[in-house]
Design a protein around this ligand. Structure first.
Ligand code: ADP
Ligand code: MG
Length: 700
């Protein structure tokens, strides 16, 4: 400690963890701008920008030993390359690579653009099946361009692959991390008390970060990852417990009475009968709301299980007791969709929901705000605009949070802090095992909707090889000819020199010029401004667009009954739960729907995807996903919308979470305000990462 503070060495500009990344050597203004897109503002952010994947160069096959029929990882230097046209008009990029043992032909059909980025002398790390085609030919499923690096330097170790962005490649990010890793790690301070860390069985923080960025083996990377996941779980546990403690202690809940006026009217005017599961869950919710205990309940139900109407019944119970109710959704589009649904369901009761989003005009917003601030019973539907400081409720008695995992702990707590200490219902389609939900959300109660509304046609799912592409596209077109709509989903927005993945942007151009020239095709991805995204989704909803070429941004809650086809390319790049969410976007109307996974996948992926194709049970799929997810995919592909966890995964980390829960409890039992010096490190981390939530601990 003392040595590091020695001022005799203070002449050189010193690297600090909170310094803007721009001032790190090798960054500068332009790169700083690009890094900001990845959420990297400071040196610390760079240190926490962890690889999302590892290429294991320690299991490389010598080229001489490669034979047709094998699935291999090889590393070789490009000795020649070029584009080969075929008679069918397909252009193939080919390269010949060499290692110490021999030469191998590598072929990328349909990807001539790679010629721009793969150069002679570049070293490539390639993974994929080997075919016999005028000799041995590797068709990479994936590859990493190591550039002109000496192939020896990557041999025998694991390569970290970082989330990248246009203009800043994964390789450049890796180089940047390597350049600064040692210096930055020296600045990292352990925030867990030694004893607690030892008991939890997790690695020391600086060591964990080293293992994550620069592992000697995939096992090491996992050890490092576990520590980072543990921290996230611990922090959330601490915040959650504290929020619960504060919410419970000063205010008991509102005691509602089941008057059976509005709720009965709704039941009688509904166009369908409630399922048995909905009735059971509602009984649990009503009992909670009528008790003096404040409700804090998680409603879990697979996509399409009918959570919205359950929330509406609870809202009406509050309203018939003279209170206001709120339903918060993660996007404007979803909020609007809920508002429409509620408009339809409430019309027979002579009521209208109040919509509150950021894009309301000033006059509309003022009117909405005034109504909320009054004590008039109403149901408000909105985005996080509902929890802004400026939004006041006159008499909020019930709050439901849809897709609750998309909100941060702070936002959830903020809605619960509005009005009169409302009863809170969290809703989620992401199946978290009950035990885990309990530990994660403290003393949360859980209700499960495990039954689907009747009369739903099953969705026909299929996995099709690349060779069936034409037939699949023809099939999609036949659905469009019937007036239906389709989604086509890609794992990435742009093509990149690092991988050979088809990307939404390029495929949008290709599909709308070729196979679907006669159709209205639109492109949707996460880099569009959210207003633009919503505008496109509205057009799709209104039938003005036939095909939506998209990334996973369409995953959450969108309900377009006329969309009957979900076509997913590179399905191996998605987790099963993610595929399940995507599949849930179709099968919402009376027409038969289809989910088609298109692509040649390796054997392991084939097994995984076959399981997905065979079942529609979201819980079963989530468990299988957890069981089978490969080690190379250690960090998963986290959705940027997931506000709570970057590294931790509730399903995968059940055991870690249990340890985090125990530690959080022990810490808060002895030091409820985190005021003791030995908890200073934890407090500082919370302050840095969850700034708003820290109000809960009333510390500066
Ligand atoms: P999710 O749980 O995914 O949020 P929704 O609440 O959006 O599901 O419901 C999906 C669809 O099912 C909606 O169109 C809704 O009107 C309908 N629905 C809900 N409950 C029933 C029911 N008991 N019988 C028939 N349809 C229902
Ligand atoms: Mg929903």
């Amino acid at each position: 400690m003392a040595a590091r503070r020695d001022d005799r060495f203070a002449t050189a500009p010193r690297v600090t963890l909170d310094m803007p990344v721009q001032f790190l050597k090798g960054v500068g203004e332009r790169r700083a701008r690009l890094l900001r897109k990845l959420g990297i503002e400071t040196a610390l952010d760079l240190l926490y920008h962890v690889p999302h994947r590892y290429e294991d160069a320690s299991t490389i096959t010598a080229i001489a030993a490669v034979a047709p029929g094998m699935d291999v990882t090889v590393m070789g230097r490009v000795v020649s390359k070029g584009i080969i046209p075929t008679r069918k008009g397909l252009r193939i990029f080919q390269a010949v690579v060499r290692d110490a043992t021999g030469l191998l032909e590598v072929s990328w059909p349909g990807q001539p653009f790679l010629d721009r980025t793969v150069n002679k002398e570049d070293v490539l790390l390639l993974t994929g099946p080997v075919r016999f085609y005028h000799g041995r030919q590797l068709q990479p499923r994936e590859f990493v361009n190591l550039g002109a690096e000496d192939s020896g330097s990557a041999q025998g170790r694991v390569l970290s692959v970082y989330p990248a962005t246009e203009g800043m490649t994964a390789k450049q990010i890796r180089a940047l991390v390597e350049l600064h890793l040692t210096a930055l790690l020296q600045l990292v301070e352990e925030h867990l008390p030694d004893e607690a860390r030892a008991e939890a069985g997790v690695a020391q923080l600086a060591e964990a970060l080293r293992m994550v960025h620069h592992p000697a083996s995939v096992g090491q990377a996992e050890q490092g990852r576990d520590r980072l996941a543990f921290d996230e779980l611990l922090f959330v546990q601490l915040l959650q417990r504290r929020a619960n403690a504060l919410a419970r202690v000063p205010r008991r809940g509102i005691v509602f009475t089941a008057r059976r006026t509005l709720t009965t009217q709704l039941r009688e005017s509904l166009p369908f009968a409630l399922t048995g599961a909905q009735v059971r869950v509602l009984r649990e919710i009503v009992a909670d709301m009528c008790s003096p205990r404040r409700m804090h309940r998680l409603l879990q139900g697979d996509v399409g299980s009918g959570k919205t109407v359950v929330a509406l019944f609870a809202a009406l119970l509050a309203i018939e007791n003279g209170f206001q109710a709120a339903l918060m959704a993660p996007t404007e589009l979803l909020a609007e969709q809920h508002a429409r649904t509620l408009e339809g369901l409430l019309a027979p009761l002579g009521m209208r929901p109040v919509l509150v989003t950021g894009s309301l005009g000033a006059a509309e917003r003022r009117e909405a705000d005034q109504r909320l601030a009054s004590v008039a019973p109403l149901v408000a539907v909105g985005t996080h605009a509902l929890v802004q400081d400026s939004t006041r409720f006159g008499r909020l008695g019930f709050a439901a949070i849809d897709e609750q995992h998309r909100f941060g702990v702070e936002q959830r707590a903020a809605l619960g802090a509005k009005g009169d200490g409302p009863d809170v219902l969290l809703m989620s389609a992401t199946p978290i095992p009950r035990s885990l939900a309990l530990t994660l959300h403290g003393d949360l109660d859980v209700s499960i909707l495990d039954e689907r509304p009747p009369g739903r046609k099953p969705i026909t799912s299929a996995l099709r090889p690349e060779s069936a592409r034409e037939r699949v596209l023809t099939f999609v077109d036949s659905q469009l000819a019937k007036g239906r709509q389709a989604y086509i989903v890609y794992p990435v927005i742009d093509e990149s020199e690092k991988t050979d993945l088809k990307a939404a942007t390029t495929m949008h151009a290709e599909l709308s010029a070729g196979p679907f020239a006669a159709r209205r095709v639109a492109l949707l991805h996460g880099r569009l401004a959210s207003e633009e995204r919503d505008a496109i989704m509205r057009q799709f909803r209104d039938g003005l667009i036939d095909i939506l070429v998209a990334t996973t941004v369409i995953e959450v809650g969108i309900d377009v009954a006329n969309a009957t086809v979900m076509l997913i390319e590179h399905p191996e790049r998605f987790g099963l739960s993610q595929l399940h969410q995507l599949r849930g976007r179709v099968g919402r109307g009376a027409e038969e729907s289809f989910c088609i996974l298109l692509g040649d996948v390796g054997q392991e992926a084939h097994e995984r995807l076959s399981l997905f194709v065979a079942t529609e049970d979201g819980f079963e799929i989530a468990r299988a996903d957890l069981r089978m997810r490969g080690m190379g995919d250690l960090f998963g592909q986290k959705q940027s919308g997931d506000a709570t966890f970057r590294v931790a995964d509730l399903l995968r980390d059940e055991a870690l979470n249990e340890r985090a829960r125990e530690l959080a409890q022990r810490i808060l039992d002895s030091d409820a305000e985190l005021a003791r010096p030995e908890h200073g490190g934890i407090r500082a981390m919370l302050r840095a990462r969850y700034a708003r939530a820290l109000e809960l601990f009333r510390v500066g």
